[in-house]
Write a protein that binds this ligand. Structure first.
Ligand SMILES: Cc1ncc(COP(=O)(O)O)c(C=O)c1O
Length: 335
């Protein structure tokens, strides 16, 4: 059953159980797990008008021995608390988020496919205060919820070399929201991404506003060679990816010199080795070519590079329980 679900477009089929926690009177209630169903929301709900919403994205994997494990649960819970706090509302504790996610996954265990599929987990927060006069005030009522979706590959066509258009004028988002997973960021990146697809046949946009290479609309960016990995150093302009952090760690374990530093457009033009994207959805996705100021440039031979594939395998082997989880990234969830 799960495998036929993973052949559907990423994120378009949903598991039967969802988790919900209500926020009111300054506190978060008990987690309730029940059947997936529509929300009843007043049309004046704060999130619908004033954008008081954010989300997370993480995965549960089926291990080779049959157990199910959530990847880097605590790190995603921490980032979710950070995102919610930036909406100027009281966040739940990391422990409340961890419990809600774990209970929701436990209710959907049968839906976790075997590798290369996985269960994509989508926790989200929505401000539900009913008041269209409250643009200048944070919501006092909200829902925290978790839904799940069995998934296969994120990019159409599986693991294939992607083409990125390097955008030097428009920004993906602003520094206030760079590090938070707010829906507004994604809709902002949509215009440039649709244009890059329509006009250049690009798969994604690599934002390099002000000559600072940051990330694409939904993944972080790395340059790779036989001995070195380079990715942008952390600041408020972009999302601090959990996969980015995992690849930095695995790269070091495998003996790569890892540099977290600024990458300019000239650095990209001069690069003739590999590049890849990282993300929960994208995993480690090879980049085959870059379009810089209208000129298309292949990276290496334009095919997925051996270092990219080696790092991807190091990560997916941990996901699948085929390599030892030396960094304690897996939280096993049992029935
Ligand atoms: C804008 C953006 N950058 C980077 C990432 C990668 O982050 P992670 O590896 O935590 O999934 C994502 C996906 O969540 C994203 O939406």
């Amino acid at each position: 059953m799960a495998n036929s679900k993973t052949s559907q477009p990423f994120g378009s089929v949903f598991s039967e159980s969802m988790g919900v926690v209500e926020y009111s009177d300054n506190s978060y209630g008990e987690a309730s797990i029940g059947p997936l169903k529509n929300f009843q929301m007043h049309p004046s709900s704060h999130a619908l008008h004033y954008g008081s919403t954010c989300f997370e994205g993480l995965k549960a994997h089926r291990l080779s021995k049959g157990d199910v494990a959530i990847f880097r649960l605590a790190d995603h819970a921490r980032r979710f608390v950070h995102s919610i706090s930036n909406l100027q509302v009281t966040p739940p504790s990391e422990a409340q988020i961890i419990e809600l996610i774990t209970e929701t996954v436990r209710a959907n265990l049968d839906d976790v496919p075997s590798p290369p599929g996985s269960l994509y987990i989508r926790p989200f927060y929505i401000g539900t205060t009913e008041n269209i006069g409250s643009a200048a005030a944070p919501p006092t009522e909200a829902k925290l919820s978790v839904i799940c979706s069995p998934v296969g590959d994120y990019f159409e066509g599986g693991v294939r070399p992607l083409t990125l258009l390097v955008e030097q004028q428009l920004a993906r988002t602003t520094s206030q929201f760079g590090r938070i997973k707010s829906g507004a960021n994604y809709v902002m990146a949509l215009g440039p991404t649709l244009k890059a697809k329509a006009e250049h046949g690009a798969d994604q946009v690599l934002f390099a506003t002000g000559d600072q290479v940051t990330e694409t609309g939904a993944a972080n960016f790395f340059l790779a060679s036989d001995h070195e990995l380079i990715t942008k150093d952390l600041d408020d302009s972009f999302l601090h990816g959990v996969t980015r952090d995992s690849i930095i760690q695995l790269g070091k374990d495998l003996g790569y010199a890892v540099s977290e530093r600024s990458i300019s457009v000239d650095d990209l033009s001069a690069w003739n080795s590999e590049a890849f994207l990282t993300g929960t959805a994208a995993v480690v996705a090879p980049v085959g070519s870059l379009i810089i100021s209208e000129a298309k440039q292949d990276l290496g031979d334009g095919q997925p590079g051996s270092n990219t594939l080696k790092l991807r395998k190091a990560l997916t082997d941990i996901h699948a329980g085929l390599a030892e989880d030396t960094h304690n990234w897996l939280t096993v969830v049992s029935a």
